[in-house]
Each structure stands twice: as structure tokens, then as C-alpha cells.
Design a protein around this ligand. Sequence first.
Ligand code: ZN
Ligand code: ZN
Ligand code: ZN
Length: 165
Amino acid sequence: MSAQNITPVGFEKHDHRACVSQALAAADARCAAEGLRLTPVRRKVLELLLQEHRALGAYAILDLLRDAGFGSQPPVAYRALDFLVEHGFVHKIERLNAFVACTHPGESHTPAFMICRLCDAVAEAQSAAAKGGLGAAARAAGFQIEKTVVEAEGICPACVDKANV
Ligand SMILES: [Zn+2]
Ligand SMILES: [Zn+2]
Ligand SMILES: [Zn+2]
């Protein structure tokens, strides 16, 4: 694995074909090791989300599934997404009500997302909210943080370049 594959993936130039095949191979290996069933439709949904470092809504995923020959009903896509989110292969972007493939599968992590408001590209970075100002405030208040959602909205490097041309 090259240094290019280190965080944050998505906005940086990288070998995307390898990025998709490595992620699918890692998912296959993890499911085999943990006895999870990566059914053809679950694997296809993951593959579709890996194709672009972009968030896709459930209906867009359903359309792509249909195009790929899975004549799916919505519950099929939703159940596949539930499985992928539950096991950390995919994250839900609350801000967009959409889904994005995890770029650090297998590692326990709290994702933080950078979302381009012009093209909906999403990059994932690690969040350490519990160690930052919020963590300090929570400790002072005797509050135990279980989950944080970090979603930053802005303009990605590709869109900044386009805007400057
Ligand atoms: Zn990629
Ligand atoms: Zn992740
Ligand atoms: Zn953009």
C-alpha cells in the first residue's frame, strides 16, 4: 500500500482503480473472517459507493442497482445499506441524507467528513472530538460522549481550481 492511500482519501490524487479493488478485497476478507455474509447485492452496493468518493442517496443507489441488473425493490437496497453501515463499511452523511464508502475499513475510528457544497465530493478524515474542546467541555460537565458527528461543509480542491480558472 502506498503512502497515497493515507488519510484523507477523496480529495487527493490517487490510484482509484486500486483503491476500489483493495477496499472490496478487504471487505471480502473481513466478512470471511467474521462470518458476515457479503451477499451479491451488499457487495454491489459497496462497489457502487466506492466508485466515486461522493455521497449517494438511497434512491440514486437503487437506480444504479437496477442499471447493474439487480432488479431491486427499495427494501433490498435499504437492507444492504443497513448491513454495510452497521459493520462500518459505509457511513451515513446526516447532512446529505446520503451514504459514502468508508476509507478506513477495519479500523475503529470516529469519522469526520469534509463535504464539497458544489460537487458533493466527500473526504473522510479522523475526528478526535473527544480530545478537543468538546471533550474538555464534556469532562467538565461530567458528560460521557458516545458518538459525535463531524461534517464540515466547504469547497473541495477541484472546485477551488475550477472557480479560479
Ligand atoms: Zn479512490
Ligand atoms: Zn470510516
Ligand atoms: Zn467540489
